[in-house]
Design a protein around this ligand. Sequence first.
Ligand SMILES: Nc1nc2c(ncn2[C@@H]2O[C@H](COP(=O)(O)OP(=O)(O)OP(=O)(O)O)[C@@H](O)[C@H]2O)c(=O)[nH]1
Ligand SMILES: [Mg+2]
Length: 436
Amino acid sequence: MFIDKAKVYVKGGDGGDGIVAFRREKYVPEGGPAGGDGGKGGDVIFRVDEGLRTLMDFRYQRHFKADRGVKGRNKSQHGANAENLIVRIPPGTVIIDDDTQEVLADLTRHGQQVVVARGGRGGRGNTRFATPSNPAPELAEHGEEGQERWLVLELKVMADVGLVGFPSVGKSTLLSVVSAAQPKIGAYHFTTITPNLGVVDVSEGRSFVMADLPGLIEGAHEGVGLGHEFLRHVERTRVIIHVVDMAGSEGRDPFEDWMKINEELKLYNAELEKRPQIVAANKMDMPEAEEHLEKFRKQVGEIRPDLEIMPISSLTRQGVKELLYRTADLLDQIPEEPAIEEVTDLSERKIYKLEKEEEQDFVIRRENEDFVVESAKIERMMKRMQLNTHDAILKLARTMRHMGVDDELRKRGAKDGTIVRIGDFEFEFVEGSSYY
Ligand SMILES: Nc1nc2c(ncn2[C@@H]2O[C@H](COP(=O)(O)OP(=O)(O)OP(=O)(O)O)[C@@H](O)[C@H]2O)c(=O)[nH]1
Ligand SMILES: [Mg+2]
């Protein structure tokens, strides 16, 4: 089965922790700081590989996590950065953030790539925190957490040729006789519910990919009968083979059918009206077919005299070869890139801008006698610091004072001994502290 949608979880590797260490030298009782920084966590990168045609692999593997950076070492040695995790995707994959529904990337060319989850930075070791007033700090940072998110991958079928038409006109039957694909064929409408792809070998190494799409009906451009889902696939094909049932089964009129489908294509995307089209007048083995074809040619000729109409029978294979040759010739004349606008602009800036927005300073609330400080910035810092040492708490206190948290608490009536909470931490407000 051909899968064209997948949901995956990606997580960049966490950064390695920085460490607290000191030099130990002979005859030097208290050596200087020597804790190294942690290494950077690996990024998760999606890269286009033209050898892939489907999102099938994502059915088996849905979680992609890059490795974490290595911890810092003593003697001020840096921990190693983790390798990036490269995930191969087929050309034509659209990557969407499942939370925000923002399109993150629309990758079409071999080798194009995008970072979908950045690895965290390594934490700094205590070597980096030495100052003249505190030459031997007991302070190091945790590695930053890698980014994580759920993504929806959508593959717009990169078929060269799309088979369109009403249900039961014989699209799947045609694909089954010209390729190795084995789509379901049925005497009832909507036998095909997801697109099928087949590779058609014409001759001397000439081949193209043909997509058999589910039948379209009136209102498809408005989403009727899952029309949007299917029309999306038609957009990227270079040639449309419009299959029309010449037997006039179920009392249908071939010309009316042809007009209605074209109207749906046009209403969905005006570009599709200009897409090269060949009419495959199918079921020519049926008794009334010749008569219908003659009438159809006349009617079409009045509005589109240039349109190619090729009579075939998928059942007897009459005319099928000619149709394939003609299609291959037409493809040779059309550039590889589909004639539609692409949404490729995918700077990392666009991807990561969401995080920057939360950078608000702080909010102070009262809870009975106590104060609660809410601040993404401070909480992030607390997460990052290893708050088990005096030096680390000192640094946090200093930052809060610089941000104006102390002043604001004082203004709101905080006194010596008032309880202040931030995240999971609770401490006493100390007035006029010479601490920092
Ligand atoms: N006589 C005749 N019958 C055909 C021909 N091509 C297809 N059929 C029959 O028409 C019916 C529908 O064929 P499908 O290939 O499933 O049609 P489809 O267009 O894929 O239909 P949906 O997937 O429902 O959109 C089946 O019973 C086929 O056997 C043909 O050339 N001649
Ligand atoms: Mg079908």
